[in-house]
Design a binder for this molecule. Structure first.
Ligand code: ZN
Length: 365
């Protein structure tokens, strides 16, 4: 299958959708992308590493921008090949990966071939196995074996964001709060001390809790503290001597994991007998004040069809943020349609993202 990088990115999206690329079966699409980059772009060094394709320019420009997209999809659900149709007066493309994230890939590939006078050096990263367990993610191999390919002043991930810039991401912390009591026969309950009852003040504090909202670089982050699991009970005639509630704190990226842990500890101070962190991942600051990121933000604000907002899920943006590189999600398609049988992308959004990104990469603001 030959991909035409000079074609309209809408047609290129459809061509990518028509090459099946479920995670671990990306060889064909990787080869198509590699061949197209080698034969239809100029000034790029192209490297294939497993099922990852890397390409970069080295024009000595003052800034470098990474454009990164995964080529794999979730399993196909009778939605390949893709299908164009009109819905409520607007043209859309249905198909597996049309949103997540072959339309973003198509925009990047098209711009690699057609940006005539770039204002930034470019690094393109097309990788495999993003849709399965993180340990298989193609970016892991690059981080380990070719880390210099990740260096940049700004990383743009083409994950679906409705054509908005979605910046940063919240951190997550899970804590198990255990209570201890004294076991007894429930017929003589006064001899015991009920650990489940001791959860009551913890739950009361959870329902009274006022989550914080905070603005960072113009993005509003909304925190949340929720009970996600509760355990307790021995038998129908026993006063239980142990109980636990697991809480999940989704915190804004101006807190570190340690600060988030301290905060949760303070919220429940004195109520639990054991406080155990079971899982934690840091957030990522939006980093939109960095000059390279600000340029993109200005273009998107000026375009009028889109804006800037906080990202709520966790994406590969965090990998770049952890390396001190400002990183954003910026791609066509509604993220809520990703992975769905009726996944589809409005064609106008593919065009709008291409226009905005072209203006940024050519230094027009
Ligand atoms: Zn994705």
């Amino acid at each position: 299958m030959t991909l035409d990088l000079h074609a309209d990115p809408v047609a290129l999206t459809a061509a990518l959708v028509d090459i099946p690329s479920v995670s671990r079966e990306e060889a064909a699409i990787t080869t198509a992308v590699e061949t197209a980059l080698r034969t239809q772009t100029s000034g790029f060094e192209v490297v294939r590493h497993g099922n990852v394709v890397l390409a970069r320019t080295d024009r000595g420009l003052p800034t470098r921008v990474v454009l990164a997209g995964h080529l794999d999809t979730v399993p196909i659900a009778d939605n390949v090949p893709g299908r164009f149709t009109v819905e409520n007066g607007s043209e859309v493309l249905y198909g597996c990966g049309s949103v997540d994230m072959k339309s973003g890939d198509a925009v990047f590939l098209h711009l690699a071939a057609t940006v005539a006078e770039p204002a930034h050096d470019l690094t393109l990263i097309f990788y495999d196995c993003e849709e399965i367990a993180a340990e298989f993610n193609g970016l892991n191999t690059i981080e380990r074996e070719l880390p210099e390919w990740l260096d940049a002043d700004l990383a743009i991930l083409g994950e679906p964001s409705g054509g908005w810039i979605e910046a940063g991401c919240q951190g997550t912390l899970r804590v198990r709060l255990s209570t201890a009591g004294v076991r007894a026969h429930s017929a003589r309950s006064w001899l015991g001390d009920n650990a489940v009852h001791r959860l009551a003040p913890i739950l009361a504090r959870l329902s009274e809790y006022r989550a914080r909202e905070v603005d960072i670089d113009g993005c509003r982050y909304r925190e949340g503290l929720s009970a996600v699991r509760i355990e307790g009970g021995v038998a129908g005639n026993v006063v239980p001597d142990a109980a636990a509630v697991e809480v999940n704190f989704r915190f804004a990226p101006d807190r570190t994991v340690q600060q988030a842990t301290e905060h949760v500890r303070e919220v429940f101070a004195g109520l639990e007998s054991e406080f155990t962190v079971t899982d934690a991942a840091p957030g990522a600051l939006p980093g939109l004040t960095a000059p390279a990121a600000k340029g993109l933000a200005d273009v998107v604000r000026a375009h009028g069809s889109a804006g800037i907002r906080a990202k709520y899920g966790w994406t590969d943006v965090s990998r770049f943020a952890a390396r001190g590189i400002p990183a954003v999600n910026f791609g066509p398609g509604d993220p809520n349609l990703a992975h769905k049988r009726d996944e589809h992308v409005p064609l106008a959004q593919i065009t709008a993202v291409t226009e905005m990104l072209r203006a940024y990469l050519e230094g027009n603001q």
